[in-house]
Design a protein around this ligand. Structure first.
Ligand code: ADP
Length: 366
């Protein structure tokens, strides 16, 4: 009986284009993760590039790759002889490259991105309150509303009726509640929906970040749009980031989105300084605690991904009310527990920033 035909490289590539990265939701070939694919004596040999060296991910990918190639062999009548898979760490990522050049904002010590897997989880709330809490601890803080598809920071800071001042070709940030802030929401007509094509969004965000007179800042907090779109990539290619914060609600479905956001930051070479669990629980006036969306899910996510956990922010109606009314500083005045929770998150974050800054390689001058 004739032996089955060997597997070809074309078939191998086809098989790999059907293997989907479980976290990024795209196939390995489109993601550019397959660095080498050859066949040696009928046995495929692969080199797969990963931004994050996760044992769990490697084993998931190994299983999916084996299944896809075996299925492809069965379909084409080729001999299945197993597969040899090697994983390698990705080459310098976007943000690592930016960090090697002089910063476009030399007066800013730390740029911190706040992201989330999806909208409505409290990303802007966390960005605003972290900025205020850091400023209350004595730091010079800027807040850049980069959520160009749904800028909510003007409302949260009470800037709905203010227009930004301009000096030459630069914007002057608003100085409110002890921080400096700028928002794309202030540069467009609020009655017209923000529909940006990719390059427009990129340009608007770049202008906002670079043409604002930030002056000297300890922290520039950037509120990103939710999800894994173009703006995080633009930011990572533009400014050296100390790291990112991921906001996640406790539900399982939210964790899966947050995991994707985490992988995106890792892919861009942006350190994840920590995960914040928002809307963890609600405590009624009688002291009864209600876990409306569950509790602890984001902490589990952080643990399974090996990420720091910055803490929980429970549901506080006063938080919602003060942000709707543009009086965020009142969160500290109205409810002691809320102020303590917000200060706790900010102090965890500034600890992680210090650790990240200490671990960052310093330039060797010869
Ligand atoms: P995102 O930026 O993720 O879309 P927002 O920060 O705009 O979400 O929050 C959505 C809504 O939920 C806002 O009205 C906000 O005030 C409210 N909110 C967020 N976190 C909390 C919380 N911990 N307690 C009460 N309300 C919250």
């Amino acid at each position: 009986m004739a032996s089955p035909p060997p597997l070809t490289e074309d078939l191998l590539r086809k098989a790999l284009s059907a293997v989907v990265d479980p976290e990024l939701g795209k196939d390995l070939v489109s993601l550019g993760m397959v660095k080498e694919a050859s066949i040696d004596g009928g046995r495929p040999r692969l080199l797969i590039e990963l931004a994050a060296q996760s044992r769990h991910l490697k084993s998931q990918l190994t299983d999916s790759i084996e299944q896809a190639i075996e299925a492809c062999c069965q379909e084409s009548g080729s001999a299945w002889q197993g597969v040899e898979i090697a994983f390698k760490e990705s080459s310098p990522s976007d943000n690592e490259r930016v960090k090697e050049e002089p910063s476009a904002l030399p007066g800013v010590k730390h740029v911190i991105a706040v992201g989330a897997g999806k909208g409505g989880v409290g990303k802007s709330t966390v960005a605003v309150t972290l900025a205020l809490a850091l400023a209350r601890s004595g730091a010079r803080v800027g807040l850049l509303d980069g959520d160009i598809y749904g800028p909510s920071i003007p409302t949260m800071l009470g800037l709905d009726d203010s227009a930004p001042a301009v000096r030459g070709s630069n914007l002057l940030p608003f100085e409110v509640h002890g921080i400096k802030a700028i928002s794309i929401g202030k540069l467009v007509d609020p009655d017209k929906p923000l529909i940006w094509r990719g390059p427009m969004a990129h340009g608007a965000f770049k202008q906002l970040a670079l043409q604002t007179e930030w002056g000297a800042l300890d922290y520039l907090i950037v509120d990103l749009p939710p999800g894994t779109g173009d703006i995080p990539l633009t930011l990572a290619q533009l400014l050296p980031l100390t790291g990112s914060v991921i906001v996640c609600t406790p539900q399982r479905v939210a964790q899966e989105d947050a995991r994707r956001a985490a992988r995106m930051f890792q892919q861009l070479g942006v350190e994840i300084l920590g995960v914040v669990e928002n809307m963890s629980s609600f405590t009624g006036k009688d002291g009864t605690e209600y876990d409306l969306f569950g509790k602890g899910g984001a902490e589990i996510l952080a643990q399974t991904m090996g990420l720091p956990f910055l803490g929980n922010l429970p549901i506080h109606p006063t938080l919602r009310q003060n942000l709707d009314e543009g009086t965020p500083q009142r969160c500290w005045e109205d409810e002691q527990e809320l102020g303590t929770a917000l200060d706790g998150l900010a102090s965890q974050l500034s600890n992680r920033i210090s650790i990240a800054a200490m671990a960052a390689p310093t330039l060797e001058i010869r």
